[in-house]
Design a binder for this molecule. Structure first.
Ligand SMILES: NC(=O)c1ccc[n+]([C@@H]2O[C@H](COP(=O)([O-])OP(=O)(O)OC[C@H]3O[C@@H](n4cnc5c(N)ncnc54)[C@H](OP(=O)(O)O)[C@@H]3O)[C@@H](O)[C@H]2O)c1
Length: 255
């Protein structure tokens, strides 16, 4: 059985990857900057990718790394992880990226594209999966405006995906041989943000208005033409409606 290290194991995606690995009874470890205790404390390791702390111990005896951690300084974090993985001879580095990072001139995406290239040039056997936005992200754009009289949106389309399905695909990739760039994955349908905003408001019976933000610039133009979409590969089946139905009842989550 392969030993798998998950970075970013406390994050939105990392928590789901962990759930899948538990279900599959895989041998795994979880990296976080903070100490965690759960029913299996030996799973958790403390380390900081950016500060280069605890990484040799984290990757020791690991066959595969699923790199889900993200934050300010992602390139430096990747360099440190790659160096540690190279020292210990990790057999497979799996990286989650975002559809369109090579086409959309948006700061966070540029960094992700840079990390992709660092991994490709590292000499480490690797697989890079690009996914579209998670339903959670779209939802958080709406819920962050909970106390505002209207709901502001950019006039773009999205193909948001259920994060659990991205985690399942990553776990599958982690057990497969390294494959370089694999086909992008997206949610079941391409929809306007306005449509999703209206679904979100309707789910709580809110009568707030949806207002389009007059955004300009090269990044928003790339989003408008759909450079962040992969309509030819609607991998996920979980819909935004199902996501908000699950969230219903969470205090402050809609409206
Ligand atoms: N959100 C989306 O819609 C979306 C779509 C496609 C791809 N992705 C990609 O999926 C990945 C995961 O995204 P997410 O939304 O799950 O992120 P998230 O919820 O913000 O979680 C970030 C994780 O990174 C860890 N982390 C941050 N800085 C760290 C450091 N210096 N050292 C070690 N760990 C560090 C955090 O762990 P601790 O705080 O416990 O240390 C946390 O678990 C990212 O690469 C993102 O670009 C996201």
């Amino acid at each position: 059985m392969k030993s798998i290290l998950v970075t970013g194991a406390t994050g939105t995606l990392g928590r789901e990857v962990r759930r899948v690995l538990v279900e599959q009874k895989q041998d795994f470890r979880l990296l976080s900057r903070s100490a965690h205790v759960d029913d299996e404390p030996s799973h958790w390791l403390v380390g900081d990718l950016k500060k280069n702390v605890g990484l040799d111990a984290a990757v020791e005896s690991v066959d595969t790394i699923i790199h889900c951690a993200t934050g300010a300084g992602d390139s430096l974090a990747a360099e440190n992880l790659i160096a540690a993985a190279t020292r210990t001879g990790v057999a497979h580095l799996v990286y989650i990226s975002i559809v369109g990072v090579d086409r959309i001139p948006f700061g966070y995406y540029r960094t992700k594209f840079q990390v992709e290239r660092l991994i490709e040039e590292s000499g480490l056997p690797h697989t890079i999966l690009r996914a579209t936005q998670f339903h959670n992200l779209v939802y958080s754009i709406f819920s962050a405006q909970h106390y505002w009289p209207v709901l502001f949106i950019p006039d773009i389309r999205v193909q948001s995906i259920e994060v659990a399905e991205v985690a399942e695909r990553l776990a599958e990739i982690a057990l497969d041989p390294p494959a370089g760039r694999v086909p992008d994955i997206g949610g079941p349908r391409v929809r306007t943000i306005r449509e999703l905003a209206e679904l979100y408001l309707a789910s709580s019976g809110s009568r707030r208005r949806v207002v389009r933000l007059p955004l300009r610039g090269r990044a928003i133009t790339a989003f408008r033409v759909g450079d962040h979409l992969c309509p030819d590969n609607p991998y996920g089946t979980g819909t935004f409606e199902q996501f908000i139905a699950r969230r219903a009842g969470t205090p402050g989550s809609t409206g």
